[in-house]
Structures are given as C-alpha cells and as structure tokens.
Write a protein that binds this ligand. Structure first.
Ligand code: SF4
Ligand code: SF4
Length: 456
C-alpha cells in the first residue's frame, strides 16, 4: 500500500522537478576581493549607510542601518576600503544604491585566516526573548526562502495576537533549486537549534517542519536531529524536578506530498494543521509563524555564533550549491563551464516557477537569491483564451485566473480586486497549465500593481 502524504486543499501542479544539481555538498566559495552591498535587499524600507567613502571596514561590520520597523541592516562579508556608495546594476537590470568594499591583499589574507578559526558557541540560554529578537534584527536576518521579510518582525507578533506554533518550510517545492536540500543534509543539528532559538523568541512550545517527500536524505537528517532534541528536552524537564519551567518544547517533522506550491505559507499551514488563513489575513491570525529552513540556519549563526548574515547558499542549477558571500558578483561564482551563460536570454534568478528573468549576471548576490537557472526560451505566441478552466483548476487559492487576468489586461482594477486579485500568491500555476500559453500571471501582476497604485 502506498503511503498518502498530507498536502494542501485545492489546485496545485506537478511540474518536472529537474533537481539535477548535486545536493550532497556545499561548495564554500573563496572570499571575493570586491563586494557591492545593496541597501535594499529585503522587504520594507531601504537601509541607510553608516560608513563613508574611504572608510576601512572589518569583516562582519555593519555598513548600513535599518531605517524603520520593517527594514534590515546590511553587513560586509569582507574587510576593506569603502570604494563608493553609488548605484549598481541588479540582476534584473535596475539601478540600485550599493556600498562597494574592496579588500587589499592584507585584508584578504586576514579574512581567510579568520574564516578557518574554530569559534566557541555563545551561551544564549539566559537571553530574554526580546534580546533574541534584537540579535536577529541586528544581524540583518530576513526570510531566505525568497520573500526577504525581516525575520525579527515575524518573531514579534502584534499585541492582540498569540503565536502557538512555529512552522518551518523545508519543502523547496520550486523545480531545479536544491539550496535548502543541501543545507538540511549538511547542518541538521544547527537548523534544529535555530528552530529552538526562534521558539524561545516567539514564546511557542511546538514547531513542525514540513518537508516534501522527495528529499529522503534531508528528511532522515532532520528527523534524527529532532529526535535528539526532543529526548534532550524531556530529560531536562525530568532533571529539573519542576524547579523551573516545565514546558516541554517539541519539534516534529512531517513529510508532505511533492506538489507545487507546497511551500507557500497558506498552503503549508493547511497541510500541517488543517487551518485556513482567511483572505487578507496573516498566518498569525491562526496562531502560526512560518519561517524557511535557511532562515533557521541563519538564526542559529546569528544567536549562537554571533555572525551577521553575510553569506547564503545559492544553487547554480546543474552545477552546484555555493555558500556565496553576499555582494559578490554572480558571474564570479565558480559555477562550472556552461552552467551560467550570460548571453542566453532565459536566465532566471530563483526557481523557474516564481523566478525573475536576469538582464545581467554582473550583479551582486543578495540575501534573497536562492538560485540561478537557465530555462528553454519560450518559442510560442499566446493564443486566445478557450475558457477551458484549467487555470482555475490549478489555482491553489481558488481564484479564477483567466478572469482576473482579463481585468488586468483591460485595466479594470476594481473588478480585479473584487475577484480576489490581492489573494493571488503569484505561484504561476495558472500560466504553467494554460494550453493557450497565455501570460496569465503577468496580467494578474498588472492588476495588482494597478490596485495598489489607485489605493482601491
Ligand atoms: S499565480 Fe495567482 S491566480 Fe495564478 S494560480 Fe497562482 S495564486 Fe492562482
Ligand atoms: S487555462 Fe488559459 S485558455 Fe484555459 S481558461 Fe485559463 S486562460 Fe483561458
């Protein structure tokens, strides 16, 4: 009898996974001599520089400060001189302000030597939840699953809400990407410790990791780490003889059906708890906080190792998974011959379902960059909608994509809003299934932009 794995309620698709990148090891990249650190590589307000041209900065030094409640600071992965604070070209071809740091030979050698030092973990056991949240904020940690929303904000639910459960997205449902898979195999104990730190920060006793059933090695590694954690916590409670807190913290892991978009917040919450987050509401409305597995690892490094976020794993599809310093040029990643070809028109940053076309690869790695994929060029023209309903059947949010898309194309923003345009999670399942090759999601994005612009 085949085992039935939980999943979300409606819609969804099964694109070919094509996860051909070896996920058994992370390739640690040599520190670059030059980095360009974008001031805005997170959700919310742009960070403000706190260094000036000509300053010498040390590795991990904060170079830009958060400028509001929803913002994040930026740190440098290398020591060196601030060469300029000026616009640079991003992967999508836009101009955005960055702090460029250049290392001398001496800086570079000192940084590489300090990288090899064995450092002792910091004892954070007596930190108050607010102090943990403060450390996470100060380390510039944002959601590494792609959304880049500041993690500290998510760990601080509004006063009229109560967090009951921490949900960890380990699905990595996007085809071709394996950056989370390789991280889970390499650092399961550290990820579980990062989850425990976030549970303490948010004041919850339970966490569930949701992972798709197509990652058996990562599942086995995390399951082992969770079992160890749960046994240790149970022993602590017994040994304390109720003199301190007798809350039993538990982290469990659940395998889910491999089905796109399993890792999106509302779909994941339903699959793991059966709760439906209402239209327009946040996960906290049902008592849940959702964080990505890569974010859990970054939280571990920030709180237990006192390291700000200055590197992340980037999948170069078909070539490898690289621990890449943030700010280094994507084209400088040692991706292997032919894996990245800047001349090709269809290079995507992120996965093929939700990723964005790259205009150039001479652009900095950012906190939100999960991967680079080369996809086949689309070689067909859109045809008229035949009202087949396949897009509606595929939509995991229960929307009528063909209708919202038509409103978007015609500029009917109020009608698009009335039909739930703002509930669209931009998963791309509608465009993927359309037999007429219509750019359904592109027109829905137009509708959403129009609704925001007109403040409807
Ligand atoms: S992109 Fe939006 S409309 Fe299209 S399937 Fe996904 S949620 Fe539905
Ligand atoms: S899938 Fe394409 S052709 Fe079918 S209803 Fe949707 S937009 Fe129209």
């Amino acid at each position: 009898m085949t085992m039935k794995f939980p999943s979300f309620k409606i819609g969804g698709i099964h694109p070919p996974q094509e996860k051909t990148t070896p996920a058994d090891k992370i390739i640690h990249v040599e520190l670059p001599r030059r980095v360009s650190l974008l001031l805005k590589q997170h959700g919310g307000a742009e960070a403000a520089p706190i260094v000036a041209k000509g300053d010498h900065v040390d590795r991990w030094q904060k170079v830009a400060e958060a400028t509001g409640f929803i913002s994040a600071p930026v740190h440098t992965p290398i020591s060196g001189i601030v060469k300029e604070i000026a616009p640079v070209t991003t992967l999508q071809g836009r101009q955005a302000t960055a702090i460029t740091v250049e290392a001398s030979d001496a800086d570079h050698l000192a940084d590489e030597a300090s990288r090899l030092e064995q450092r002792q973990p910091y004892d954070y056991s007596r930190l108050a939840p607010a102090d943990i949240v403060g450390t996470v904020a100060d380390a510039g940690i944002v959601g590494l699953g792609g959304a880049t929303f500041p993690t500290a904000v998510k760990l601080s639910p509004p006063p009229n809400t109560k967090a009951e459960l921490l949900i960890i997205d380990a699905c990595e449902c996007e085809p071709r990407l394996t950056c989370d898979d390789v991280l889970m195999r390499a650092y399961p104990e550290q990820i579980v410790e990062g989850i425990e730190i976030m549970m303490r920060a948010a004041g919850v006793d339970n966490a569930i990791i949701g992972i798709e059933n197509n990652k058996p090695e990562a599942y086995a590694a995390l399951k082992h780490a969770c079992d160890d954690f749960n046994m240790r916590k149970a022993a602590e409670i017994r040994n304390k003889a109720n003199t301190e807190s007798n809350h039993l913290a538990r982290i469990t892991i659940t395998r889910l059906q491999a089905r796109y978009p399993q890792g999106c917040e509302k779909q994941l919450i339903y699959a793991l708890t059966g709760c439906e987050v209402p239209s327009g509401a946040l996960p906290i409305s049902v008592g849940a906080i959702v964080q990505n597995v890569g974010t859990a690892y970054a939280v571990y490094r920030a709180v237990a190792m006192r390291e700000p976020l200055t590197e992340r794993v980037v999948t170069i599809a078909g070539a490898g998974n690289y621990m890449a310093p943030i700010g280094m040029r994507v084209s400088d990643l040692p991706a292997g011959e032919g894996a990245i070809c800047a001349e090709k028109a269809d290079v995507i940053s992120g996965g093929p379902m939700m990723g964005l076309s790259c205009a150039t690869l001479d652009a900095p790695v950012t906190k939100g960059l999960s991967g680079i994929c080369v996809v086949e060029p689309l070689c067909y023209d859109p045809e008229p909608c035949i009202r087949c309903g396949k897009c509606a059947y595929a939509c995991p949010m229960g929307l009528e994509p063909y209708l919202i898309s038509t409103y978007g194309r015609l500029g009917y923003a109020p009608e698009a809003k009335e039909h739930g345009a703002m509930d669209c999670i931009e998963c791309g399942s509608c465009s993927y299934t359309c037999p007429s090759h219509r750019p359904v999601l592109d027109f829905i994005r137009l509708a959403k932009a129009d609704i925001r612009k007109k403040k409807i």
